[in-house]
Design a protein around this ligand. Structure first.
Ligand code: SF4
Ligand code: SF4
Length: 321
């Protein structure tokens, strides 16, 4: 059975609508220096999709006109987009708080040696994936050598004041399970991360987010290959909590693809589900007014149970703490 058919199998996620728009989440392209097993973007070094400077300027105009306070940059490795620094500098000079979803290993790549300093200089918040504090588990999910490079990247950020506890330069780590299971309790896992990373490597961080793996793209295909897709979907559905619906990120976030088209969230973007389930041709950010989004229906599907299962998942970590 094709993954698209599998995704469409359960169609009874509750209806939800948008609240006030607070965050613009922008995918700067699918190029990445890694090829992680669970990647919902199918990113990698051979991808060619990269946001153009013209689209970055359209997004800056949208930020200015709509007075959104938060810009969340993702990819791929967003820093590999040639306009990344221009975008960060321009947005932060407008008073917009910028978050970089950083894979850590990019900080150690040739040509990016000064990236950490640039992020610190512009007070960019760093959100970084580290799916375990044990080397073998990280390498199994993200590739050989990734754990050591991630530790080196974290040390570099700590040396610049990230994760230092003064709340200024925030360093958030993100955990996701290795396989088709729900994440453990966020607070307990944060304690274990803090203790291990401090003792073994002297590393500090601000907080830990736990998120569930979304049953889409590379992860969904691997589950389908192993005959585990249906049991994972069942687990997500059976663990759904209505209490998580108020906090799902699509209520306050708008996701933009590398061409400038908008979606309810990054996952819908990957599944090509247009904003609000509207026109399949999509809506471009240059044609959008933020004030019109308030109260608009959100396009939901079976994959949404990945956001509401258990403690819930969002780009801000667990929902039901
Ligand atoms: S680092 Fe992130 S974007 Fe790159 S392959 Fe891994 S999960 Fe995907
Ligand atoms: S998958 Fe996207 S649209 Fe569905 S609940 Fe999660 S954030 Fe909202």
């Amino acid at each position: 059975m094709a993954v698209t058919e599998l995704v469409a199998r359960y169609g009874d996620f509750p209806d939800i609508t948008r609240g006030r728009l607070e965050t613009l989440q922008v995918n700067l392209g699918y190029v990445c220096n890694q090829t992680c097993f669970h990647c919902h973007v199918n990113a990698g070094p051979n991808r060619r999709e990269v946001m153009a400077r013209e689209t970055v300027d359209e997004l800056l105009a949208f930020l200015r006109d709509s007075r959104i306070g938060s810009l969340d940059l993702t990819g791929g490795a967003p820093e590999m987009n040639p306009h990344f620094r221009y975008f960060v500098q321009s947005a932060s000079s407008m008073g917009v708080a910028v978050t970089d979803r950083c894979n850590l290993t990019i900080l150690e790549q040739p040509g990016y040696e000064d990236l950490a300093e640039f992020l610190a200089e512009h007070r960019v918040q760093v959100v970084a994936s580290l799916p375990c504090y044990l080397e073998d588990n990280v390498n199994a999910q993200r590739g050989d050598g990734v754990f050591r490079q991630s530790i080196a990247g974290l040390r570099r950020l700590n040396d610049l004041g990230y994760g230092g506890g003064d709340g200024e330069l925030e360093l958030t780590l993100v955990y996701n399970p290795l396989g088709p299971s729900l994440p453990p309790a966020q607070e307990e896992l944060e304690r274990a991360y803090r203790e291990h990373l401090s003792r073994e490597f002297g590393i500090r961080f601000t907080r830990l987010f736990t998120i569930a793996n979304m049953p889409i793209n590379r992860f969904a295909k691997s589950l389908a290959r192993e005959g585990k897709y249906n049991s994972y979907m069942r687990l997500l559905r059976e663990s759904h909590s209505d209490g998580n619906l108020a906090g799902v990120m699509c209520r306050s976030l708008l996701s933009v693809d590398w061409k400038g088209y908008v979606y309810d969230c990054d996952f819908n973007q990957m599944l090509r589900i247009p904003l609000g389930g509207g026109a399949v041709t999509g809506t471009h950010v240059r044609d959008l007014r933020a004030s019109l989004l308030d109260g608009m229906p959100i396009a939901v599907g079976d994959h949404c149970f990945g956001c509401t299962a258990g403690q819930g998942s969002s780009c801000g970590g667990a929902l039901g703490k």
